[in-house]
Design a protein around this ligand. Structure first.
Ligand code: SF4
Length: 274
């Protein structure tokens, strides 16, 4: 068995690479859940769900978003190998503070469903502590979330990166259909969802692209919010440090006018957007 590492507190903006060089390939991974690969965790986010959140960033993602802020979460080998129990022990030490501030645990990444058994074990443990639970996911691997997985979740932060299949493929390298299928499944069971949309000038800002998401989401009663995430360049240094070819090096952050236009588009379609 691989040696366990130290679960690092930090920030999503920390660069972490090469911590588990013997890790399996992300695309073929199917662990039993007792152990997994983690980038880092934060203890006081007010951004990743209701109340004060602990956010665990897990490794592994099959998408390759052009605007990804955390390319150091794409591969398991860049994460730290830890046990689910290590994570839960750490979470337990500040669970009472999270409960007191109406918060909970959010698992982000990377993509939580790459390590579905591992993240499920952590979500179930968090629920046993009385914590509100959430994941942030692209939904691309939504078929890996069985009913027990969804039962361990109070909220899904669902990134719908584009409403147009061709744009989705250009931006992520993958198909849009699995995400829409997952969204429809969540709607059918009434699972609370906040949809997140990253607004990238020149990539996802086409009015027809925005409209396609808005029309898809508007009838879904389980979607409490559509959140616009304006593109920024905070992750650019990671692409450089990892010697990756960064396609958005010349892209400017989304302007206030553009954000306003897109918000109005969502609201006009009947979505509660912010
Ligand atoms: S889904 Fe998230 S972690 Fe994966 S490439 Fe896209 S932005 Fe990065």
């Amino acid at each position: 068995m691989a040696e366990l590492g130290t679960l690092e507190q930090g920030s999503r903006h920390d660069l972490r690479t090469g911590l588990s060089p013997d890790a399996p390939d992300t695309g073929t991974y199917s662990g039993a859940g007792e152990f997994g690969y983690v980038h880092s965790y934060e203890t006081s986010s007010r951004y990743d769900g209701p109340g004060l959140r602990a956010v665990l960033f897990v490794s592994g993602c099959l998408l390759r978003c052009t605007y990804c802020h955390n390319p150091d979460t794409w591969h398991l080998k860049d994460g730290t190998y830890v046990s689910a129990q290590q994570v839960l022990d750490r979470l337990g030490s500040f669970a009472s503070a999270l409960r007191a501030l109406d918060g909970g645990l959010t698992i982000s990444g990377g993509e939580p469903m790459v390590q579905a058994a591992f993240t499920r074990r952590i979500l179930e443990g968090a629920k046993q502590m009385g914590l509100h639970t959430a994941i942030e996911t692209s939904g691309f691997l939504g078929d890996r979330a069985d009913d027990a997985y969804l039962a361990a979740l109070d909220l899904v932060l669902l990134d719908i990166k584009s409403g147009d299949p061709a744009t989705y493929r250009a931006v992520t390298g993958r198909d849009l259909a699995p995400t829409l299928r997952f969204a429809e499944r969540l709607a059918a069971i009434g699972k609370p969802v906040w949809v997140r949309f990253t607004l990238v000038p020149g990539q996802t800002d086409d009015p027809a692209n925005v409209d396609a998401i808005a029309r898809f989401v508007a009838p879904m009663k389980n979607v409490a919010w559509v959140e616009i995430q304006p593109f920024h360049q905070l992750g650019a240094f990671k692409w450089q440090a990892m010697q990756l070819d960064y396609p958005l090096a010349a892209t400017v952050p989304a302007s206030a006018e553009l954000v306003k236009r897109v918000l109005e588009q969502f609201r006009a379609a009947g979505c509660r957007a912010r």
